[in-house]
Design a protein around this ligand. Structure first.
Ligand code: SF4
Length: 451
């Protein structure tokens, strides 16, 4: 699951929120952190975290250094340990997709990889990354030569031997033996497969390019070639899907025995073919009750099958929790490279230009790559720390909160916390605050109390 792709705007999130607890359910929607508007007035999606200082910031940022208003309190001062690289190409567009992706054109890929290398040069070997995540788009759509080139570029700037986790996203139908061999030789140690469904009828409905058989084949092939850390991405709750069909997907998934499962409820993003089908009345959304039943079933099934439910929509075998995504959920710093990639450093968030051609052209002409930046006030940052931490089932302790934000949790959010505890949505356990089972099902509503 590529978190950077799933960040709706604050306004969108508000529009979707139910009026009261218990009516809303949208575990698919990662929580929005703040509102943002670009210079041309367009609202931006705001992801979790990212950082950029030194050379890259000085060269790319639009805000002047005088505008700096960093706080010395609470900031995670260490250098960012996580790197995200965005590959925005796909074979075709899925019906539900409004992610930052475009249909692949071979000529553009060469120029894009060159631009990525140039962006890497800006950060040079300044950081000692612990996790690298290549997301998209569909990174595995690159041909063998392009894939080798991308991985070579990364190896030039990152000490890949010492990475704790090195993930690439791959889609069935785009990965062959040669590419798997290239990944292995380049020290990639985790593959996240966008399977979404094991049902051919729904794969077609969702606009996926692969069949259920291909999804199993790619998984078994990766296993056979020695990959011991594989994530399967699944989606549920789309029009027409029954609870039994979803249960079947979960059963097939668990038979494959991946180390990690991300299971998200479908979201209807404006302007996508799927949303148009709903708006025109051709397809009908499942009810919130049906979605909720599927979510509850997902948790029960995967937990009973030995997975740890460690984040609202994420499950892992012991020790296989996604280290890269935990950086986002712990609101720690990271750097993003490529179109639309977010970075977060010293309480300052940046987003690269989304358009591939504009990105390439700005890299060539050494113009700014940043289309949006935002300095977080101490209070906003504290709010984000709590909101993101509550996505994790382990929550956050009062001490951690104080340590990371500089605020006393009770002083800042005492009223909200006691209301939510009274409603049975959060709990204090051994000094930790976390969502209850009921709270997890209406997480968006709970989080909005802290915005
Ligand atoms: S594979 Fe489909 S859902 Fe994923 S980024 Fe490409 S078009 Fe979007």
């Amino acid at each position: 699951m590529n978190i950077q792709n799933h960040l709706p705007t604050y306004a969108e999130n508000h529009a979707r929120l139910p009026k009261s607890y218990g009516q809303g359910f949208c575990p698919w929607v990662p929580i929005i952190l703040s509102s943002s508007v670009t210079e041309d007035g367009n609202a931006l999606r705001v992801s979790t975290v990212v950082p950029v200082y030194g050379t890259k910031v000085d060269m790319l940022r639009r805000v002047s250094p005088d505008e700096e208003c960093r706080s010395d309190m609470g900031f995670d001062r260490g250098a960012p340990h996580s790197l995200y690289i965005h590959i925005p190409f796909c074979i075709s567009k899925c019906t539900y997709c409004d992610f930052n992706s475009t249909v692949i054109k071979s000529q553009l890929v060469g120029e894009y990889l060159k631009a990525i290398e140039n962006e890497f040069q800006l950060i040079n070997k300044k950081y000692s990354f612990k996790t690298v995540y290549i997301g998209g788009g569909t990174p595995s759509v690159l041909d063998e030569t392009q894939l080798s080139r991308l991985l070579n570029i990364i190896s030039k700037y990152v000490d890949v031997f010492n990475l704790k986790e090195y993930t690439i996203e791959a889609n069935p139908g785009t990965l062959n033996n040669e590419k798997i061999h290239i990944l292995k030789n380049s020290h990639v140690n985790r593959v996240s497969i966008g399977i979404q469904s094991f049902n051919d009828k729904y794969l077609k409905f969702l606009g996926r390019i692969h069949t259920a058989k291909e999804t199993k084949d790619i998984f078994l092939n990766l296993r056979e070639k020695g990959f011991g850390n594989i994530n399967i991405d699944l989606i549920y709750g789309y029009p027409g899907q029954t609870l039994n069909e979803w249960k079947m997907d979960l059963r097939i998934c668990s038979r494959l025995n991946p180390e990690h499962v991300s299971a998200y409820c479908i979201s209807y993003e404006q302007g996508t073919p799927l949303a148009n089908l709903i708006d025109s009345g051709i397809s009908k959304k499942l009810s919130e009750e049906e979605e909720l039943k599927m979510y509850e079933n997902t948790k029960d099934f995967l937990i009973n099958n030995g997975y740890i439910h460690y984040e609202i929509s994420n499950f892992a075998r012991q020790g296989k929790e996604c280290q890269h995504n935990i950086v986002y959920w712990e609101n720690r710093e990271y750097i993003g490279i490529g179109t639309g990639a977010f970075s977060y450093v010293n309480g300052e968030r940046y987003c690269n230009i989304k358009d591939v051609k504009e990105y390439i052209s700005n890299v060539k002409s050494k113009n700014s790559l940043i289309c949006f930046s935002e300095k977080l006030s101490q209070k906003k940052r504290a709010s984000e720390i709590l909101i993101m931490a509550l996505r994790m089932t382990s929550g956050i302790s009062k001490h951690e909160f104080l340590d990371r934000s500089g605020f006393d949790l009770a002083e800042l959010f005492g009223k909200q916390l006691s209301n939510l505890a009274q409603a049975g949505l959060i709990t204090f356990d051994d000094e930790r605050i976390k969502l209850t089972r009921k709270g997890l099902s209406v997480a968006d509503s709970v989080m909005m109390e802290f915005v």
